[in-house]
Ligand binder design. Structure first.
Ligand SMILES: [Zn+2]
Length: 149
């Protein structure tokens, strides 16, 4: 598994689903997998190592379903996925905090100069996120902005 080091697991791929999978289909996939990996449903011929792997899958499948079956936590997770996608599309040039940015009171937004001469512009409304990725207005770089509390 390539994602073992990542703190957030890929809950969709654990269920063999994608962000567009609807809740009914998700439930079917979950029920099938949870039966397949249920500790009580293992054949006696299964080795100890195998059984342990199955138990881990069982826990993951259960956790994935808990997150994705709840509308709120699913939305939250989708946002997280989107932020990861953005990071892959636009290389993050720097990690900064809101304090590093300049507050433009006329435009009601935060700005930060890019090394290309362009600017990162963060709208006031976007600062409600704990962490957000802002793209430069003239090149492909981006910065990750942490909100300090
Ligand atoms: Zn730039």
């Amino acid at each position: 598994m390539a994602s073992t080091n990542s703190p957030q697991k890929d809950w969709y791929s654990i269920l063999g689903a994608s962000p567009s999978t609807d809740i009914q289909e998700l439930k079917q996939k979950y029920q099938k997998l949870i039966l397949m990996f249920h500790p009580d449903k293992q054949r006696p011929s299964v080795s100890e190592g195998e059984a342990e792997k199955h138990l881990q899958r069982f826990i993951d499948v259960d956790q994935a379903w808990k997150i994705l079956s709840n509308k709120e936590s699913r939305n939250e997770y989708n946002l997280h996925l989107r932020a990861c996608e953005l990071k892959q599309i636009w290389p993050v040039d720097a990690h900064i905090t809101l304090k590093d940015m300049n507050w433009d009171s006329d435009a009601e937004c935060y700005t930060y100069s890019c090394r290309c001469g362009g600017e990162f512009i963060l709208d006031k409304v976007d600062t409600q996120e704990v962490e957000t990725v802002v793209c430069c207005d003239s090149c492909s770089l981006s910065v990750e902005v942490q909100k300090v509390t």
